[in-house]
Design a protein. Sequence first.
Length: 203
Amino acid sequence: MNKRLVLPLLLALAAAPVWADAVQTLRDFSREVKSGRADFTQTVTAPDGKRKKTSSGSFEFQRPNQFRFVYAKPFEQLIVADGKKVWIYDPDLQQASSRRIDQALGATPAALLAGANLERDFELKALPDSQGLSWVLATPRQADGMLQNLRVGFKGKELAAIDVLDGFGQRSLLQFSAVSSNIPLPAERFRFVLPAGADLIEQ
């Protein structure tokens, strides 16, 4: 064998189990972490790679299919799933919309984090470590044109990031901090009550 090829080959072989472990980490997360809370920063990058928008807030979930996204900056928005419906509320517009969860969830980041059927919805593939994180590529098994894939990053066993590439080439990077797992969360955190005077659009 060409000596110049030996070292890269050995490095690739040595790294392969580490990459494979990232898939197992995601499987363990899906199976073992039943609830959680984290702060997040979301950076949305346009397909041209130049225009960027940043928002931040907090996220809570409880399996199966209950979650709560609270966007605080730069604009407020609330997304709540109670296991049957997903509600989106915009305080500035005083308007809420709702959809059945089987229509709204699909192969989304929320489904990956809070859903009950990880490998039914996604095909998983280990990726090389980068930026200090272990990454898994999650590709929807049923393509609907809305989402190309997600990359899920872990720091050790802790969820650190989700990088979403949508069907239009737009990328959304969610970076998590202050992560708490398997904590008790009150049931009312996943209930939506329409504020007085707000309009509701049911889809």
